[in-house]
Design a protein. Structure first.
Length: 570
């Protein structure tokens, strides 16, 4: 007692001398506040960063999706409009003889029919190989004009067909032409040219659903506006826009920060068989400012949370250090209790080991006593035969007594008391089946449950019954193939008991194995089984006052029947 009184006295004296101002407690308090604050705040900061990057990704994806959708839809519309008119012009020069096309009245009717069917045609003209416009119908006085020096004339001579950029030309108004080179009867060739009204293109852009931060327009390879732009001005304005390479996919979307701090997302799409490039530009505010504006309420909540967390951490750390002082004073007394507890635990482990060791010679003594009894029984002329019977019986009873002591000792070490409660059998079985739901779906196993309506609850241990039926159902799952069937059936039994059967259509169990299935460490699963499941199940059922039966046939399946008392007495 002197030693254990001395330790707390020393600790108490030391604490009283050092007090709160000691460097040791100061360091502990500072370390506690720092570490706890970091542990509490780092997850918040990480979540804040995650939220920021998720918001950026969402904002980025929203802009890309809007531009991509607009590019895709508008590109298809423009390509269709141009291809439709090219096809119409190609059909005309293929099907209508040159002599008719050169008749002004007939050419006028062709222009009217084209506008009636498709629209967007300003005029038509037939140009000879020298570049002179020999025949013309339209609102301008262009007959006899020479186009030899025009860029589009050279292109159509080389390619055979051509869609031009937007240019001013002799009309002095923006327009573009579609021209075809065709062989003339006899000798030479002619060029059939149509001027397309830019209003047709403009209507496509007027119909787009754009907000005030979005602009869509056409440019050519030299970055010259082919249509008017909200952001960049009127048609034929030279822009300072870098044209991306003409990729196979024809759609390029890029994002960049401008010198004024604003962000732009631009998309380019090449209009097939034309010199036009569709450009959609969406101006955006700075992503960080956008996030601050959208998440201002969250940031205020975060700031208040940080202040509260720091306040709680400082108070908690101070309180913890104070409690640490008090706990130091009790440490010596606790050491004594721990030492005593360790000694008791050691004695318990020794007792369990001794019980195991005693069981082995007891089993040998029991066998020898049985052998002695059998030999005495078969030796009719043995002197003092009854005495030997008495001695053998005395030895057997002593062995049983010792075995009972060791069983109680081991049972104490692994004791699990029965907790009785009212149990709905159907609900218990449904809970067990739910443990195997994933495997049931994956292997397409059909489980049918047949429980009578109005079945009264039983009084037993829920946890142990769950283990019993889970072991049996697990064995059924192991026995059946993919698409197998398991039937769980109950009946009301009699006034004292109920019966629950689990039947599968699996591989079954041979008669030889059926005799040993409840023995410990006996398994029919080879290296995949421990041989303890059914042994433990059998013991639990018996402990609950019930019994378990099994019937099986190879290739047909197995049926386990568990008979349980309506109220366990254990």
């Amino acid at each position: 007692m002197k030693a254990e009184e001395k330790i707390p006295a020393q600790i108490e004296s030391s604490d009283e001398e050092s007090g709160w101002t000691t460097p040791r407690y100061h360091r502990l308090r500072r370390l506690s506040i720092t570490v706890t604050s970091l542990v509490a705040l780092i997850p918040l900061m990480v979540m804040l960063l995650i939220n920021y990057y998720q918001d950026q990704e969402s904002y980025h994806a929203e802009s890309f999706y809007t531009i991509s959708r607009m590019l895709s839809n508008t590109q298809r519309t423009l390509e269709y409009a141009v291809q439709e008119r090219k096809a119409a012009l190609s059909f005309i020069i293929s099907e209508i003889p040159y002599e008719q096309l050169t008749q002004k009245e007939h050419l006028q009717r062709v222009l009217q029919n084209l506008n009636h069917s498709f629209g967007g045609f300003v005029d038509l003209g037939i140009i000879d190989s020298s570049g002179n416009q020999a025949y013309y119908v339209g609102p301008y006085n262009l007959e006899g004009k020479n186009y030899r020096d025009q860029a589009w004339f050279s292109e159509v001579n080389i390619r055979g067909e051509f869609v031009s950029d937007v240019f001013m030309g002799f009309r002095n108004i923006p327009h573009f032409v579609i021209a075809f080179k065709h062989e003339k009867p006899g000798k030479g060739y002619f060029i059939f040219r149509a001027t397309i009204d830019m209003e047709m293109i403009s209507k496509v852009f007027y119909s787009l659903d754009m907000d005030r931060n979005t602009d869509a327009f056409l440019i050519n390879q030299k970055s010259v506006l082919q249509t008017s732009s909200i952001f960049y001005g009127s048609i034929l304005t030279q822009l300072d826009i870098e044209i991306p390479p003409r990729y196979r996919h024809r759609e390029v979307i890029d994002e960049y920060e401008k010198s004024d701090g604003k962000w732009e997302t631009s998309g380019f799409s090449f209009i097939q068989d034309t010199p036009f490039i569709l450009c959609v530009i969406k101006q955006r505010e700075n992503p960080f400012l956008h996030w601050l504006y959208r998440r201002s309420d969250m940031l205020w909540f975060l700031l208040v949370s940080i202040i509260l967390i720091l306040a709680v951490v400082v108070y908690g750390s101070s309180h913890t250090i104070k409690r640490l002082r008090e706990l130091d004073k009790r440490r010596a007394k606790v050491y004594h209790n721990i030492e005593y507890t360790n000694k008791m635990a050691t004695i318990g482990r020794m007792a369990a080991g001794i019980a195991h060791e005693i069981n082995n010679p007891l089993a040998i003594i029991n066998e020898k006593a049985g052998l002695l009894s059998d030999l005495t029984f078969h030796s009719k002329d043995l002197p003092d035969r009854d005495k030997f019977f008495g001695l053998a019986e005395s030895i057997t009873k002593s062995v049983e007594r010792c075995s009972g002591v060791t069983r109680r000792l081991l049972g104490f070490a692994r004791r699990m008391d029965v907790k009785k409660e009212a149990i709905e059998v159907k609900q218990l079985l449904e809970e067990v089946i739910s443990f195997q739901k994933t495997e049931m779906i994956h292997r397409k196993i059909d489980i049918k449950m047949k429980v009578p309506e109005g079945m009264k609850p039983i009084i037993s241990d829920r946890g142990q019954l769950q283990q019993v039926f889970l072991n049996i159902v697990n064995n059924a799952f192991a026995a059946v193939d993919i698409g197998g069937e398991i039937i769980i059936e109950t009946d009301n039994g009699d006034a004292q008991t109920i019966a629950v059967s689990v039947t599968d259509n699996g591989v079954g169990i041979s008669e030889n194995n059926l005799k040993h299935i409840f023995e410990p460490f006996y398994s029919t699963k080879g290296e995949f089984g421990t041989g303890l499941g059914l042994s433990i199940t059998h013991d639990i059922v018996q402990k609950l006052g019930g019994s378990i039966k099994v019937r099986s046939k190879l290739g047909e399946g197995t049926c386990f029947t568990v008979i349980l008392p309506r109220e366990t007495n254990h």
